[in-house]
Write a protein that binds this ligand. Structure first.
Ligand code: BTN
Length: 331
């Protein structure tokens, strides 16, 4: 048992080493010296990793290199009853909706690549290999007015997972974008099917730019990825497992709303929100129903239930504070 554990540790260390140099050759000697593993043992571990689906090329002259993203092999546990891994799909949300009626609550669909990934407000969502594109199906016994809890729980879970695995300070831009250093790293698309008083199912779509180079995003998107922020690639399997663990805790937590408020990057900021109308002002508070309260420059307080929020610059914020004379807190 201990022997097996030690062997897994060594395989894991070899994998991390290769991951730090994705697509590049690393010599067996330098890897062996650094990790304290013989060259023969490295070869054995590489064969084991290959059996798990990792694409590792070996060359007697050049050493080893890791090709492509690691295979997805997350195991179901807790409230997550079934995981459906897909190579390529149009959209995991569409796939999840198609199977939702016949599926158990707690089914998770994960794809390597989406060819027609969807974002909020009818936008498309870029989903190349290396990211995490997944949708979870939930069947809570709750009225449709409770559906916002699912989205809240997902954004809180992603922030907590990024913090506990990598020490990253992720924050939530209202309503549910997850930001790293003020750039978007994760988007969430929640869709529900409901009768008047009860939810039939909720599909929470979570898209995370995990191991994606910044050059893949147009600059005006203000997007980033985890690998870009950390300077190294991460294990998607480890991250998915952590997010599912945190999502289960968040969905059951009585502190969900407080956590969501605590992690907000929007509170106190000067914002422009496009909902039914355009509203510009200071984000004054967040409601337990997922709403945003914005104090406009003329003093009116507007409650917004859904929309697209843009954080304005601090210089805009100071101007307003001076003009309105009543806003005293800004981040
Ligand atoms: C947004 O910020 O606009 C939401 C983006 C949501 C993207 C995810 S990726 C997995 C799931 N499948 C989709 O087609 N969209 C969501």
């Amino acid at each position: 048992m201990i022997k097996k554990k030690r062997a897994e540790d060594a395989s894991h260390r070899i994998l991390s080493y290769l991951r730090a140099n994705p697509g590049e050759w690393v010599s067996g000697k330098s890897m062996g010296d650094e990790l304290g593993v013989s060259r023969a043992a490295i070869w054995k571990h590489v064969r084991y990793l290959r059996s798990l689906g990792y694409r590792i090329e070996a060359s007697p002259r050049l050493g080893y290199r890791l090709l492509g993203p690691e295979p997805l092999h997350v195991v179901a546990s807790g409230m997550w009853k079934r995981l459906i891994p897909l190579e390529s799909v149009g959209s995991t949300n569409d796939f999840a909706r198609d199977i939702a009626s016949e599926s158990e609550s707690g089914t998770v669909v994960i794809a390597e690549v989406q060819t027609s990934g969807r974002g909020r407000l009818g936008r498309s969502w870029l989903s190349p290999a290396g990211g995490i594109w997944m949708s979870v199906i939930l069947k809570p016994n709750a009225p449709p007015t409770e559906a916002f809890r699912a989205t809240m729980a997902a954004s809180v879970a992603v922030c907590k997972a990024l913090s506990s695995l990598y020490g990253l300070e992720a924050r939530i831009k209202w309503p549910n974008d997850v930001l790293l250093n003020n750039k978007k790293v994760c988007g969430i698309l929640t869709e529900i099917s409901a009768e008047l008083d009860v939810i039939k199912y909720v599909v929470i779509g979570i898209g995370i730019n995990a191991n994606i180079r910044a050059s893949e995003f147009p600059e005006e998107w203000n997007a980033t990825s985890i690998s870009e922020e950390l300077g190294r690639e991460v294990s998607r399997n480890e991250l998915i497992s952590k997010i599912l663990e945190e999502l289960e805790l968040s969905l059951k937590s009585e502190d969900l709303y407080q956590d969501w408020v605590h992690l907000s990057a929007t509170l106190g900021r000067r914002v422009r929100v496009y909902g039914f109308n355009e509203v510009i002002g200071v984000a004054e508070s967040l409601g337990s129903d997922g709403s945003l309260m914005v104090r406009m420059d003329d003093g009116t307080l507007v409650k917004i239930l859904a929309g697209d929020c843009m954080h304005l610059r601090t210089s805009d914020l100071v101007g307003t504070a001076l003009n309105s004379g009543e806003v005293t807190r800004y981040a």
